[in-house]
Write a protein that binds this ligand. Structure first.
Ligand code: PEP
Ligand code: MN
Length: 334
């Protein structure tokens, strides 16, 4: 971190600042210039409040040189992280195809969707058991029964399962769940992230509706700081002024995150667009820009889905998307 101090500051003021910084275990390199004094802060500055320093009258500007996301940053871990979930790998050139309904609704629904998406090339089965709904009067999910049904579908198809957690108290119910999803609304539920950091579970961390990539990485850092580095990041669209789509898919997140972090990045074109017809073009684009996977909502009867029917593909439509996505991957991988 570099702090530029105005030369109008008195020696006493400068010394006061320097000793305050040193008091936090940071070495300070002082460079006296004609107009400014530049302080180079050397050491682990992740706990230094940059805004606090910048707010001081005698400080002209402050700049971070090293990113605060140390563990998920690529700087200290140059190789791609490859997450292994049973026989499925994701990251480092391995592409994951996650598919399934928004919510698990019944035994027949989840089994029908699971068997059909498995036949079309899906590698992981998704399905919400605990649903974060905007209205308390909407279907809230089958909860523990939903997880049981997912486990049954896993037994039949062999596909590992992905399902969302909303409360750390529910963790015992997730014992046999392969990938625990943290939804967009909980991306900054730091107490939940801390609890997940204590588990060895793979976490699918979705970007919040109004969160920056840096904030997404800091949330991943919370999980890693607890000792769990099995994290998959997911871009699922952010809220903008556009109203034609449910959200705006930020595809530039893929190459940017690949530069900033070693963690795999998947795209969810279903929540990003909210419209079934837009899922295929966005899924294909995600594969083209180097995503490590896609997550798509599929329902055997979208018209009667209890949640997110408008953005759900039929199994046949998913089969077509999966085929095109694989073709794009072949094309870009030569
Ligand atoms: C979901 O994946 O079912 C979901 C609720 O997504 P998000 O948290 O991205 O809205
Ligand atoms: Mn959904």
């Amino acid at each position: 971190m570099i702090a530029v101090v105005k030369n109008s500051a008195t020696t006493e003021q400068k010394e006061h600042l320097i000793s305050w910084i040193k008091g936090q275990g940071i070495e300070v390199h002082i460079s006296e210039g004609h107009d400014y004094t530049v302080l180079g802060l050397i050491g682990d500055t992740s706990r230094i409040d940059m805004d606090l320093i910048a707010s001081l009258e005698i400080v002209e500007s402050v700049k971070r040189v090293a990113e605060p996301f140390k563990q998920c940053g690529r700087k200290f871990h140059p190789d791609d992280t490859v997450i292994e979930i049973g026989n499925v790998k994701i990251g480092g050139g391995n592409f994951a195809m996650i598919a399934g309904p928004c919510s698990v609704e019944s035994h027949d629904q989840i089994l029908e969707v699971a068997t059909s998406v498995a036949a079309s090339g899906a590698t992981l089965l998704r399905g919400g058991a605990f649903k974060p709904r905007t209205s308390p009067y909407d279907f809230q999910g089958l909860k523990a029964d939903g997880i049981e049904l997912l486990l049954e579908a896993k037994k039949v198809t062999g596909m590992p399962i992905v399902t969302e957690i909303m409360n750390a108290n529910h963790l015992p119910l997730f014992e046999d769940v392969d990938v625990i999803q943290v939804g967009a609304r909980n991306m900054q539920n730091f107490e939940l992230l801390k609890e997940l950091g204590k588990t060895g579970k793979t976490i699918l961390l979705k970007r919040g509706l109004a969160n920056t990539l840096k904030e997404l990485l800091m949330s991943a850092e919370y999980i890693m700081a607890g000792g769990n580095s099995n994290i998959i990041l997911c871009e699922r669209g952010i809220r903008t002024f556009e109203t034609f789509t449910r959200n705006t898919l930020d595809l530039s997140a893929v190459p940017l995150l690949h530069e900033l972090t070693h963690l795999p990045v998947v795209i969810d074109p279903s929540h990003a667009t909210g419209q079934a017809k837009l899922v295929e073009p966005m899924a294909v684009a995600a594969a083209a820009c180097g995503a490590d996977g896609i997550m798509i909502e599929v329902h055997n009867d979208p018209l009667h889905a209890l949640c997110d029917g408008a953005q759900s593909l039929t199994p046949a439509q998913f089969g077509e998307v999966a085929r095109k996505v694989m073709k794009i991957r072949e094309a870009i991988n030569g």
